[in-house]
Design a protein around this ligand. Sequence first.
Ligand code: CA
Length: 246
Amino acid sequence: MPNQLRYKVLIVEDDPGISIFLKTSVSAAGYDVIVTETGTDALHLIASQCPDCILLDLGLPDMDGSQIIHNVRSWTQTPIIVVSARSMEEDKAAALDEGADDYISKPFGSIELLARIRAALRHTRTASDNDEIGLTGTYHVGDLEIDYKKMRVLLAGRDVHLTPNEYKIVALLGKHAGRVMTYRSMLRELWGPAANQDNKILRVHMASIRRKIEPNPNEPRYIFTEVGVGYRMAENDAPDPEKKPE
Ligand code: CA
């Protein structure tokens, strides 16, 4: 691959079978690969080897993968893809909440794996987020405000702590407020034309966003679900008769 950068992928996985599968698939696609089975080693390698992408198992012998995400996110935005057998949405949401970029559930094939890696790498290269969405100014509805210049979301004047991906979703929906955005169009806008078409990632992010911005996540007032279609942000400046002074 003469015209292509050789990206370095770190695999953090203690299951030997899965580790070999990951290593084989990723090397065959032309990436440099580093492998470890412990969290301690992983943190050391991330600092010393500066991988371009991290494939991370959540259940490691010496620490929980979410601790690694938390640690890594305090100093670098290197994309992290959680590779986990855990099927609970809660675990995935927690990992994404800590700052993981994506997740892939075992069992999966190498085509799906490589697509996720490419998407993660593309995301870092174009990550000057607001250029991508091309936004300016602010969006208000009820107690919710998006400050696009500062890339902040405020609820009743207080900062809402969103992960980078959560912010991008809220910002995108705010830009299209009042209109339904399909899962597919959101995935394309957020992660590019080759994005995985599975909307599960959006649902996991949305659950986390709603816990942070909605007074009652089960009866959303800011971001509505259009069943089977996508999401819709409440219209800009919509009157909010229920709004009460704090
Ligand atoms: Ca494991």
